[in-house]
Design a protein around this ligand. Structure first.
Ligand code: ADP
Ligand code: ZN
Length: 609
């Protein structure tokens, strides 16, 4: 083992309390510790922080971390201080005196890590400050913020390309959890990382169980998921609009679930308070628009639920990735229905921007729909989307309860010819509700009013239920065999519809379960590395440790996971160490935490006997 690597392993054990590196951490850390540049693409929960924290501790000088997540800097720094690492941050939220104190600590060699908001680097005063001390490395976190086409673009990130000109000797490491090839190239180019070593990890998150369910009554389905699988656990629920965020949060509270809303329409104080409660408390649910979540490094988020269809697979993957950073079994659950497709198409039609932009959005939506309608393993499909391969996983809904595919050619023909006849014979356009009523032969007022019972297709689709017809429509939309238009989501044929109507093209469809099947929960079916499964005796011990942790965290005003993560408490509950030395052997118990909390943990255990 090289001396650099040995030093890195020593820090890993002593400071962080872990025995070995994960994945490519060792190579990344030795590259940067030896003075080389690195570009790291690793999924959320993959362990990116250690990749710059350890080299910063091994190299002389201060590691400077550029991060856009101002609201989370305090927590990041608190977590490091709890490990005994000397960390500080500089951003616009601080008063002058606090800033001066941090600057002085930086200059007098009392810091190992300094977190900086990117806009501070634009100030000449900051550049001069950095010039006056030794810098160990620059870490550029959330590096995809440099990508102009991505969803998190920050103009200040563009200026980071100058770091290398100003400090050519200082190694740089850029990190992101965004996986597409396009973003990867853009980061390398814009940050001038041409000579950097690139590390692209597998983007698989084996501990996350992916499930996409047909939407019936989304709020009730969500409540059922929480009650049966994730009672009293932390989770994030994503909705598209502020109104549905509010409504859903209220619905959960009315049904006894501890939940708070989060969206851009709330005043900033409420938003900050809700985020802080989510980070600090053990089992809170946040109902949010996508404005919530970037950089949230709470490790024990047990589920992420989407009540509306995400706009792209990238977005979906990033949002679901916030579940299970700690590697323990977690659920990503999405409810998706016909109305989602209609709404998203409408939003694209009405969006600002040119045709190229609309085409891009359409491509994103089509990929998302393909994921929803697949009869293959969801995980394989996700990995393929990011240019990686995989085997059927056994931990997604299509693997656990394989959907059947059926020959939907006749159903598709009936559906499309109804749309065709309305258009050609009546010069009329209608949406899903009316077209399905016609096929089912329903005598409604609207049918009478338009004399749709006179159509030759009236009542010709009675062999399928209304729900099945909605499934047929959704899949025809997803396959581009039918399109929706205008504010009312009316149907129109596409060029490819003719292939089905007149040229005998076969249409394969996914069979909709009449009642969504109940799956084995993430907890029992996950092939993820065995979380310490708690025995009957260990469970009350774990609960007692959580109670102790809650108090310890509250006293210091830090999130509970900053004291110890669930995975560590579970292991303590299972092993029941009798002295400090045994406690030190548990993963996640480093030197500083042992000194700080060791005796309290032993006392808590002793009281239980
Ligand atoms: P990312 O920033 O990539 O999302 P983190 O750096 O937050 O991931 O790490 C995710 C989790 O994995 C954290 O709880 C962290 O403590 C843990 N972790 C990281 N590296 C290791 C390791 N080598 N051994 C054990 N746990 C690790
Ligand atoms: Zn699968």
């Amino acid at each position: 083992m090289s001396a650099t690597r040995e030093a890195a392993v020593e820090v890993l054990r002593r400071v962080f309390g872990y025995d070995s590196f994960r994945g490519e951490q060792a190579e990344i850390i030795t590259t940067v510790a030896a003075g080389g540049d690195a570009l790291v693409l690793m999924p959320t929960g993959g362990g990116k922080s250690l990749c710059y924290q350890i080299p910063a501790l091994v190299r002389p000088g201060v590691g400077v971390v550029i991060s856009p997540l101002i609201a989370l800097m305090q927590d990041q720094v608190d977590a490091l201080r709890n490990l005994g690492v000397r960390a500080g941050f500089l951003n616009s939220t601080q008063d002058l005196q606090t800033r001066r104190d941090v600057e002085r600590a930086f200059l007098t060699g009392e810091l190992d890590l300094l977190y900086l908001a990117p806009e501070r680097l634009r100030l000449e005063s900051t550049v001069q400050l950095l010039d006056r001390a030794k810098i160990a490395l620059f870490a550029i976190d959330e590096a995809h913020c440099v990508s102009q086409w991505g969803h998190d673009f920050r103009p200040d990130y563009l200026a980071l390309s100058e770091l290398h000109e100003r400090w050519p000797e200082v190694p740089r490491i850029a990190l992101t959890a965004t996986a597409t090839d396009a973003t990867h190239k853009e980061i390398a180019e814009r940050l001038n990382l041409g000579d950097a070593k690139h590390f692209v990890a597998s983007f698989d998150r084996p501990n996350i169980q992916y499930r996409i369910a047909p939407k019936a009554s989304a709020n009730k389905q969500l409540l059922d998921l929480i009650r049966t699988e994730h009672a009293k656990e932390a989770g994030i629920v994503y909705c598209l609009s502020r109104a549905s965020v509010e409504k859903t949060a209220q619905f959960l509270v009315d049904n006894g679930v501890d939940a708070v809303p989060y969206h851009a329409g709330l005043d900033s104080r409420t938003r900050a308070a809700n985020q802080s409660r989510f980070l600090r408390e053990d089992g809170l649910v946040v109902v949010a628009t996508i404005a919530f979540g970037m950089g949230i490094d709470k490790p024990d988020v047990r589920f992420v639920a989407h009540l509306d269809l995400p706009k792209s697979v990238e977005g979906y993957y990033q949002e679901t990735g916030r579940a299970g950073r700690d590697g323990l079994p977690s659920t990503a659950w999405l409810a998706y229905g016909l109305a989602d497709v209609v709404q998203q198409r409408k939003m694209i039609d009405n969006s600002d921007g040119d045709d190229a932009h609309r085409r891009k959005q359409t491509r994103h939506l089509d990929a998302m729909l393909a994921l929803c309608e697949t009869v293959e393993c969801r995980r394989v499909q996700l990995l393929n989307y990011f240019g990686q391969s995989g085997e059927p996983c056994g931990n997604c809904d299509t693997c656990l309860t394989p959907p059947e595919s059926w020959d939907g050619t006749v159903a598709a023909q009936k559906m499309l010819s109804t749309v065709y006849r309305l258009d050609r014979e009546r010069n009329q356009r209608f949406g899903a509700g009316q077209v399905i009523d016609i096929l089912l032969g329903k005598q409604t007022d609207k049918v009478a009013q338009h004399r749709h019972d006179q159509l030759s297709v009236f009542g010709k689709g009675a062999e399928l239920t209304e729900q099945s017809w909605r499934g047929v429509v959704r899949q025809l939309l997803a396959q581009g065999l039918l399109s929706v238009e205008g504010d009312y989501g009316t149907f129109a044929l596409t060029e490819r519809s003719a292939e089905v109507l007149f040229q005998g093209r076969k249409v394969n469809l996914r069979r909709e379960p009449e009642k969504p099947a109940r799956l084995p929960s993430a907890r029992t079916s996950s092939p993820a590395k065995p979380a310490v499964e708690l025995s009957a005796e260990a469970t009350p011990i774990f609960e007692a440790l959580r109670e102790w942790r809650r108090n310890a965290a509250r006293e210091q005003g830090v999130p509970a996971y900053v004291v110890f993560q669930d995975a560590t408490l579970r292991q303590i509950a299972a092993v029941r160490p009798g002295n400090l030395q045994q406690l030190a052997g548990i993963s996640g118990v480093g030197e500083n935490k042992l000194a700080r909390y060791g005796q309290q943990v032993l006392d808590t255990l002793a009281e239980l006997v």
